[in-house]
Write a protein that binds this ligand. Structure first.
Ligand code: ZN
Length: 226
């Protein structure tokens, strides 16, 4: 059985869930109010690729946000240790990438294959909006939340939503830039070690970033002294 892998090489959560993990609504989360949606910004302001988390089939493509629903071909192992059929809903890929990847209902993407990309279709600034739901895919494929966003808009969410950090394994090849504060799990570690390892990795990354910044400052100071 395949494991469900996080979809990008960089994790940078730019907008988090609109509910806390116990289900209470977070009205401050604007367009995500009442849902477990995540916005992923990739490495920077550019448009990074997303890779199929497991074998999936595109089921539906829609509208100005270029929203695409993908369904798993088989049950996959989720980060919380449960095997499930899943549906993924992604938004904002640009038209040319949607066409370039040949995304249309029935198109199959194998695990690790490029299957989506950050874009700004229907939004401002390159990112991927992603939601995960329990499969199988069925119409209607989304539902209204009981909430409105901070600016008074009705929020729609994927049907039977799941929390992404319960679903995606974050493997060693993912660079953690901003985890959104969720306790992501890595593969092949004991459950009690998982979040610790991830924390260590994050700290290590921060130390590396800091050392680089210090080196740069050192160079600047040196050049000023000349
Ligand atoms: Zn979003």
């Amino acid at each position: 059985m395949q494991i469900c892998k996080f979809i990008m090489q960089y994790m940078r959560v730019t907008q988090g869930y609109g509910r806390d993990i116990l289900g209470a609504a977070d009205y401050t989360s604007y367009s995500h109010a009442g849902s477990y949606a995540l916005d992923l910004g990739g490495r920077d302001a550019g448009a990074d690729w997303a890779y199929a988390p497991c074998d999936v089939m595109a089921k539906k493509v829609e509208g100005k946000c270029n929203t695409v629903w993908f369904e798993t071909l088989d049950k996959v192992m989720c980060a919380d240790g449960k095997a499930r059929n899943l549906v993924f809903m992604l938004k904002h890929i640009d038209n040319e990438d949607l066409a370039g990847l040949g995304i249309r209902p029935g198109r199959i993407f194998r695990q690790g294959e490029k299957f989506y990309r950050e874009g700004s279709a229907g939004t401002v600034g390159n990112h991927i909006h992603i939601e995960v739901g329990l499969g199988p895919f069925a119409l209607p494929c989304r539902q209204k939340t009981s909430l409105k966003s901070a600016d008074g808009k009705q929020v729609l969410k994927i049907k039977n939503q799941l929390m992404p950090h319960d679903v995606f394994f974050v493997c060693d090849d993912v660079l953690l830039l901003d985890t959104g504060g969720y306790s992501w799990k890595s593969e092949d570690t004991k459950p009690e070690e998982q979040s610790v390892n991830l924390q260590n990795k994050l700290l290590k990354q921060q130390v590396e970033n800091l050392s680089e910044a210090l080196a740069e400052i050192g160079e600047i100071v040196e050049s000023m002294q000349v």
